[in-house]
Design a protein around this ligand. Structure first.
Ligand code: SF4
Length: 345
């Protein structure tokens, strides 16, 4: 089956990922639903432990199968991934879907040249000869902006700078023209200039190949640069979804307001003090009852009957837009307007 406008390229339905630890069951992802079309970028944002990386490792089938209980549906171009065999997943990883990790040094082998690592990935999935694989590696290094690629192809990872290693990893992830690319904080460890170059590179490659991208980050500034749609995760659940403009300009969830308040204003005065969210992300071994954000939320007294701590707010999505909060639409508008006013003075 081929993806069409009616059928998204990637479709995740009510995904639950729970894994066993010595201390109990961690509910890392607890009912996540989203779609992604070809050529589009979904930004998944949230603090550490919100479930964003686990979601993507599960899509790629890289979770520990013995200790993980998974429920729901993940359809990639119509193919159900949760029931696919390890062999099928291995085939799909590389030529259909691929991932860029945060730490290129840890992801590249120090014992093999950059060219060999890119070329081997290509050979594995296409059956190309060694010569063809080397040519392809040079072509990919050139495409990701490595100068003198025909010379640098024989370098080892330690001979590359941090930014070049990240580019090499992108080259490796894209060598088989994957249709889905998952980028997990790919620029966090890089300086701002290199970060901007990598983001431009991903956008160019997406335009060229029509790749669908999931971009995982804790940084809403990065989301503002690259995403089409945004999914905000908290405590293993989606708390807000919408287009980039909707989520960044008119957010509806107190957690998203908190995330925006803890970063420099995107277009307001530069001297507005940052306002980090109080408290820490919840334990997923023993998550809070009701709304998982309630121990950190400053709006709980606006909801009658202590509902925030007893009843989980439902995520109602209309036309791709929604937030999981007991506040009414009018309350959200009013409180966000108050918040925005404090950010513009
Ligand atoms: Fe805050 Fe209650 Fe809304 Fe959760 S449901 S975000 S605790 S107001």
């Amino acid at each position: 089956m081929t993806s069409t406008d009616q059928q998204p390229f990637l479709s995740v339905r009510d995904l639950k990922v729970h894994f066993s630890t010595e201390d109990g069951v961690v509910k890392a992802v607890d009912g996540l639903t989203f779609d992604l079309a070809k050529g589009k970028t979904l930004g998944i944002v949230g603090e550490s432990g919100s479930g964003k990386s686990v979601t993507n490792l599960t899509i790629l089938g890289l979770h520990d199968r013995d200790r993980t209980a998974i429920d729901g549906e993940i359809l990639l171009d119509g193919k159900e991934l949760l029931t696919a065999s390890e062999r099928e997943l291995e085939r799909l990883r590389g030529n259909k879907m691929s991932m860029i990790f945060q730490d290129a040094l840890a992801s590249l082998s120090p014992y093999h040249t950059i060219g060999k690592q890119i070329g081997e990935t290509y050979r594995k999935h296409t059956g190309a000869s060694k010569k063809e694989a080397r040519e392809r590696a040079i072509e990919m290094l050139k495409r990701v902006g490595i100068p003198q690629p025909d010379m640098r192809v024989d370098d080892y990872p330690h001979q590359f700078s941090g930014g070049m290693r990240q580019r090499a990893m992108i080259a490796m992830a894209l060598v088989c023209d994957p249709e889905l690319l998952i980028a997990d904080e790919p620029t966090t460890a890089l300086d701002v200039t290199v970060q901007a170059q990598i983001m431009d590179l991903l956008k160019d490659l997406q335009q060229e190949f029509g790749t669908a991208i999931i971009f995982i980050t804790h940084d809403l500034g990065v989301i503002a640069d690259i995403a089409d749609d945004v999914l905000v995760m908290y405590g293993g659940r989606c708390v807000e979804r919408g287009t980039k403009k909707e989520v960044l300009r008119a957010p509806q969830h107190p957690y998203t307001w908190g995330l925006l308040g803890s970063m420099p204003s995107l277009d307001g005065p530069v001297d507005v003090p940052l306002n980090p969210i109080p408290g820490a992300p919840p334990s997923l071994l023993n998550p809070p009852t009701g709304c998982r954000f309630h121990p950190r939320c400053t709006f709980t007294e606006k909801i009658e009957g202590g509902l925030c701590s007893t009843e989980q707010p439902l995520l109602k999505i209309t036309d791709g837009r929604g937030a999981a909060c007991h506040l009414t639409a009018d309350q959200r508008r009013e409180f966000f307007a108050d918040y925005a006013a404090t950010r513009s003075h």
